[in-house]
Design a protein around this ligand. Sequence first.
Ligand code: SAM
Ligand code: SF4
Length: 437
Amino acid sequence: MNVRDSEAVAAALVGAGHTAAVDEAGADLVIVNTCSVRAKAEEKALGKLGLLCASKRERPRRIIGVMGCMAQRMGEKVFEKVPTLDFSVGCRAARLIPGVVADIAAGGCGRRWVAEDIGCHDVPHGHLNAGLSAFVTVLLGCNRRCSYCIVPDARGPEYSRPAKEIVDEIACLASRGVREITLLGQSVLNYGRQREPVWDAPACAGAAFAEPFPRLLEAVAQVPGIRRIRFTSGHPAGCTEELARAFRDIPQVCPHLHLPVQSGSDRILKAMRRGYTAEQYLEAVERLRAHVPEIALTTDIIVGYPGETEEDFEATRALMRTARFDNSFIFKFSPRPGTPAAQLPDDVSPEEKDRRNKALLAEQDEIGVANNAAWVGRTVEVLAEGPSLRNPSRWSGRCGQNKVVIFDPVPGLTRGDLVKVEISRANPQTLFGNLVA
Ligand code: SAM
Ligand code: SF4
């Protein structure tokens, strides 16, 4: 999501007459886009800002700014940490950045905090030079308020963009050569479920789907040139029969879903306010696999949530074995200011968090190796991206399951082609194979 927001702000700056620098060293303006989800992300951002601001000693006209969730959360306080910073604009005011930069470049008052929350719908959505794949934000903010999470405070309430606006943006990207779209939202399957209508016409004449998100998938699939559709992040509540059918029946929808589980213990899931039990989560997984057996699932897990016992942790490990994820991102609980979980004693020691983190990573490695090995001898569809970075005589791309696939090119192969590759070898991260005629 931050990659997308950075690109949209960069596009807005280019629209205002700026030119993209080749690298950071050559840039007269550097804006650090920040994440507040874990304390470590904020520490890194502050360290980077400190270094950038120090570079102003040699380059006094250089402008350094900060945007994103940390800017939104810290307000004026960011200037106490980085006194020579030129500006800070929160994620809900990103549209103001070109104006702020113009002001400072014209000799304006330098350091400023744009506190004004101009509303989470009013953010930039432009794109820079399009490649093969593009991110498109469809749902902003979040209403779920999981007990550990700072995102709803930073990004504000959920807002679904009108479907027509999204489809028009994607049609424009497709006309510039984009072939793969990833639809973004914190809880993307909530798209269109709040009160504001997202479709101009209430009845979906001729549509195979009635729920707003599957309907959006159907509309995007009709955009000429779009060969693949992905989306993230999922929530079990959105894994309906219709979504499972959309995965199965819309050829462009890739068989991969990032479906964060966070924990396998019902006690911890309840404390986290996730809104499902481990059994309900696994039922959602089964619903998807019943329609699309080869679907790849990835997840997020937090270890060391306040009060997490060995038994809770083992329940998470057991769920991982049942769900057989293709990849898991494991995070150590980090208390975030203002969240309900930050009021609780952070009672799992750093050493124990580390042990649990490593144990789950090892568990995931084992499952991942077995999942990838099962692809040997099977054929996957790959979006050809071009020569592999490691070995430019071979090409790389991703299959629908979002795994990197390496294969030998043939004359006439073009970036953006969808090709069939028979898998001959697999390692934990990558599949290797040969093109099928
Ligand atoms: N909206 C997505 C969801 O709920 O599925 C996830 C968004 S969050 C920005 C990305 C991941 O960061 C979460 O899934 C969670 O595992 C992790 N995370 C969020 N808050 C955290 C915290 N306080 N400590 C550790 N990890 C956290
Ligand atoms: Fe945070 Fe939960 Fe919203 Fe995800 S769904 S952004 S974890 S509050």
